[in-house]
Write a protein that binds this ligand. Structure first.
Ligand SMILES: [Zn+2]
Length: 441
């Protein structure tokens, strides 16, 4: 990845996995004072047919020892590209059995930043900012096995684990994966597989609300406002999609010095990295992040239109919520849309990076709103179910979208109109119908 801003903008979530899942257990020793993260991991139920297995680990950490059923074995660093991480490979003498125990010991020092220093911070870093250690799944603080055949670059690849981890820390609170933070020496267990295992350790406080757990947020009025918003947004998405939203989110305030960065989601953990969490943009921000449960976890993006399927759909849902509950929060986006001149032609995208930030977060969501206006809300839900179900076998995400429109019964004429008016050219007038809605409230 040459373009750091792409990585900065990353925010996406876990993907569920069905069947017997690989299990990650072990112990983690965190020292904030020494900036040290030392772990002993044990992987079981490895579904791996090949004799060679590769995994990724953050470059601030190093593999110290690998053993199979307590017998030490050789491992090597490979030259495979991995952003901020190193790819290791090990070769077995025979295929693994489910009960085989692959032990991986890691050790390393994470960076502790002084206030104002970590200006290039992003989700892929393991960082101690303002006294709190943050390591997302993208930072690969635990070994992430590389599964083959996914149409994604290494830094987006994840691997689902059920887990049982014990964490020790010279700090007051540790959070791993989900649920409430716990004191040093606690165990963190998840029986449902997750590709998103977030670590937050430090001397922070937390509060449990109705709909979410709040980490490092203490202001009562803000917590109440966030809790109400979580509830309102979840209810709206549930009513529309008939899909149950998570019963409890985790909202963490982990301030970072990168002023261009707003936050990210490591499902079910929503992180704000802003210096202060004021009321500004809160509705737009939360409605986008909560939608990532649907687009990222329930529906999984893949392929050349990865960013469109992940981000534009999440933002489209956010817009739907805003139009209903807080249209004023959408006005700035609409004004920006009207000024746009260039269109990323989704029908011509070859590589996933061609879908730039404007296409992902601005034009894409408006294209989807305009499509909904033509085919209706019910058909949009059918379209989502149909298109996403084919992405893992599709060669071209745009063709998948068009095929799905046809499959759900949209007429050939209507599809041709959608293609020419929404995807082959950009005319701000096409989106004037949104202006009416913004005015009406
Ligand atoms: Zn997003």
């Amino acid at each position: 990845m040459r373009n750091l801003s792409l990585v900065v903008l990353l925010c996406f979530t876990a993907i569920p996995f069905y069947g017997q899942s690989t299990h990650l257990e072990g112990s983690i020793d965190i020292s904030l004072e020494k900036g040290r993260l030392k772990s002993q991991f044990v992987l079981t139920h490895l579904r791996h047919e090949d004799l060679t297995l590769s995994f990724m680990l953050h470059s601030d950490l190093a593999v110290k020892r690998v053993s199979l059923n307590d017998k030490e074995m050789a491992f090597k660093k490979t030259k495979e590209k991995c952003y901020d991480c190193t790819v290791y490979s090990i070769t077995f003498e025979q295929a693994l059995e489910s009960a085989d125990r692959l032990q991986i010991e890691t050790d390393g020092r994470f960076k502790t930043y002084k206030a104002g220093q970590n200006k290039k911070d992003y989700k892929g870093k393991i960082a101690n900012n303002y006294g709190i250690l943050r390591a997302s799944e993208q930072a690969k603080w635990y070994p992430v096995i590389i599964s083959k055949g996914k149409n994604l670059p290494a830094f987006l690849r994840k691997y689902p684990y059920t887990f049982d981890l014990e964490a020790n820390c010279d700090c007051r609170s540790v959070y791993i994966g989900r649920g409430v933070p716990k004191p040093s020496g606690s165990r963190f267990v998840s029986k449902s597989p997750s590709k998103d295992i977030m670590l937050i350790a430090g001397d922070y406080d937390w509060v449990e609300g109705e709909k979410a757990i709040f980490i490092n947020i203490s202001e009562k009025a803000l917590i109440d406002r966030l809790d109400t918003l979580f509830s309102s947004i979840s209810t709206y998405y549930e009513a529309y999609t008939k899909i149950d939203m998570p019963t409890k989110y985790v909202m963490a305030h982990l301030p970072s010095d990168n002023s261009r960065w707003g936050g990210f989601m490591t499902y079910p953990t929503i992180v704000s990295v802003r210096k202060s969490m004021g009321d500004r943009n809160l509705t737009a921000y939360l409605s986008h992040e909560v939608a990532h449960y649907l687009f990222g976890d329930v529906y999984q993006a893949e392929g050349n239109l990865f960013w469109f399927y992940l981000e534009s759909f999440a933002e489209y849902f956010s817009y739907k919520y805003l139009l209903q509950h807080d249209p004023a929060a959408m006005r700035a986006d609409y004004r920006r849309l009207k000024k746009q001149k260039d269109l990323v032609r989704l029908d011509q995208v070859k590589s996933f990076n061609e879908v730039n930030s404007t296409a992902r977060y601005l034009i894409g969501p408006f294209q989807l709103l305009a499509m909904e206006r033509r085919i209706g809300e019910e058909k949009m839900l059918e379209l989502i179910a149909s298109a996403f179900s084919k992405l893992n076998t599709s060669e071209d995400g745009y063709q998948t979208l068009i095929d799905a429109l046809s499959e759900i019964g949209v007429s050939a004429d209507a599809i041709a109109e959608i293609e020419t008016e929404l995807f082959q050219r950009f005319d701000p007038a096409t989106y004037k119908f949104v202006e009416e809605k913004l005015k009406s409230k």
